[in-house]
Ligand binder design. Structure first.
Ligand SMILES: Cc1cc2nc3c(=O)[nH]c(=O)nc-3n(C[C@H](O)[C@H](O)[C@H](O)COP(=O)(O)OP(=O)(O)OC[C@H]3O[C@@H](n4cnc5c(N)ncnc54)[C@H](O)[C@@H]3O)c2cc1C
Length: 416
């Protein structure tokens, strides 16, 4: 079924009785050519592009819970392409271009909204660093504007311009950045993959990876053994645990990241605003809630839930930046498990086991990467060669030293 305004109109006339499930619910077959472990955004996008770009058909996605129940449905939905380092910048640039055509490509409204992102500078040094970043972004072919204090004041008058602890000096605006509805992205890719024949198998946890003579032969799951010649591990916060099933020890620590949403308010914040002096970023959802997130919990954990110390930490940053937020009521908070690498950049690479592939290490930033991650992982799995925009996301860079430390904070997972 193709979605359209006309279809919505005619369904409205006939009691909305003609809608069909957006994807099938097949039982797992005994064997596939390719298995993708993980039905998050990246796993679904990988399956979609394997079928769409490479014409492959005998593919299944194995998801231990329900599609989109992981981080893809828990993030603060920010999409941008304002990375600094070669290796990252061309990849996120490619991703943003895919975002710009995604709704047409998938025939699905993912509510991609290019409302802009403004990163604030709170010192001369920070403003210089943003100018340098802006130049790198423009050289990459994306957009960036260095804004003065007056421009920021005109654009976001609700920020606190009087406070002296973290005075605002200006900011870096990327107008093509913005937000998208996170779970719709998972649903759109799921529907697209299903239409191309991919089996999406929910409630199917992978419990073991079968390897014979150094090559993968399939997986063990809670719904039985499934054979395959190629297996992709695309499980975000669970990457270390799943890789351990293949005898691998990944350079990843898993940490909880929380986000919050307020009650619905009238339109007040019409872009994404990122605080330069703390980990705090905010936007307003189409329902009116202020959506914001903060820093990681500073200890490793697999507990995908919130806690009060980090709530306090995030609220401090919020009140520092925009005291008006103190009048809003928090509706809820939640947590997701982040797969943090020592340099803050991801991995899309072959594993040391023949036929096994890794897509992991997305840190805080994997939502915006969803289209390009799927695109590049599919390219790698189909051709055996890294895609040119993901060629630096190698697993062995932590051994060779060719790291991509965007933040310049050194090899401490929770600081990126
Ligand atoms: C609070 C928060 C805010 C964030 N904000 C942003 C943001 O604004 N912008 C941005 O770009 N990024 C953001 N992120 C990061 C982003 O959400 C993640 O990097 C990205 O979603 C990870 O990729 P994914 O969608 O494939 O992960 P997931 O959705 O977590 O998918 C992995 C899937 O694997 C499944 N799985 C795990 N183990 C197994 C197994 N053994 N067998 C079968 N299935 C398994 C899981 O159930 C899960 O569904 C944020 C994350 C959080 C938590």
């Amino acid at each position: 079924m193709r979605y359209s305004g006309f279809k919505v109109f005619t369904e409205g006339l006939f009691g909305n009785s003609g809608w069909k499930p957006a994807w099938r619910d097949p039982a797992p077959k005994a064997e596939y050519d390719i298995l993708i472990i993980g039905g998050g955004g990246h796993g679904l996008a990988t399956a979609y592009y394997l079928a769409k770009n490479h014409g492959l058909r005998n593919i299944a996605v194995l998801e231990k819970g329900y599609l989109g129940g992981g981080n893809v449905g828990r993030n603060t939905t920010i999409v941008r392409a304002n990375y600094f380092l070669p290796g990252n910048s061309e990849f996120y640039s490619h991703s943003l271009k895919l975002w710009e055509k995604l709704e047409g490509e998938l025939n699905y409204n993912v509510m991609h909204s290019q409302r802009g992102q403004l990163i604030l500078a709170h010192s001369d040094g920070q403003r210089d660093a943003l100018a340098r970043r802006g130049n790198a972004i423009v050289n990459q072919g994306d957009d960036a504007e260095l804004w003065s204090l007056d421009q920021v004041r005109d654009f976001a008058p609700y920020l606190d311009f009087e406070q002296t602890r973290f005075p605002i000096y200006g900011g870096l605006m990327q107008r093509r950045a913005g937000t998208a509805r996170h779970d719709a992205v998972a649903w759109g890719y799921a529907r697209g993959a299903d239409r191309l024949g991919v089996d999406l198998i929910q409630n199917c946890e992978v419990t073991g990876i079968d390897i014979e003579n150094g090559r993968v032969t399939g997986v063990q799951t809670t719904r039985g053994a499934i054979k395959a010649r190629k297996v992709g591990m695309v499980v975000a916060g669970r990457s270390s645990q799943v890789a351990a099933m293949a005898g691998m020890r990944l350079p990843i620590e898993s940490h909880v990241l929380q986000a919050f949403v307020t009650e619905g308010l009238k339109p007040v914040i019409d872009s994404v605003i990122s605080f330069g002096m703390g980990h705090f970023y905010i936007s307003q959802s189409d329902k009116g809630g202020l959506v914001f997130g903060g820093d990681l919990d500073f200890y490793a954990s697999y507990a995908a839930r919130g806690n009060l110390p980090m709530l306090e930490h995030v609220m401090e940053a919020a009140m520092t930046l925009m005291p008006m937020i103190g009048r809003a009521k928090i509706l809820r908070g939640w947590g997701g498990i982040m797969d943090m690498t020592p340099d803050g950049s991801p991995i899309i690479d072959k594993a040391p086991v023949e036929g096994l592939f890794v897509d992991a290490g997305w840190n805080y930033g994997g939502f915006k990467a969803t289209p390009a991650s799927g695109w590049c992982m599919a390219h790698l799995m189909a051709t055996g060669e890294p895609h040119e925009v993901a060629r630096r996301f190698r697993l062995d860079r932590f051994r060779t030293g060719h790291v991509l430390d965007e933040e310049g904070t050194g090899s401490q997972h929770n600081l990126h």
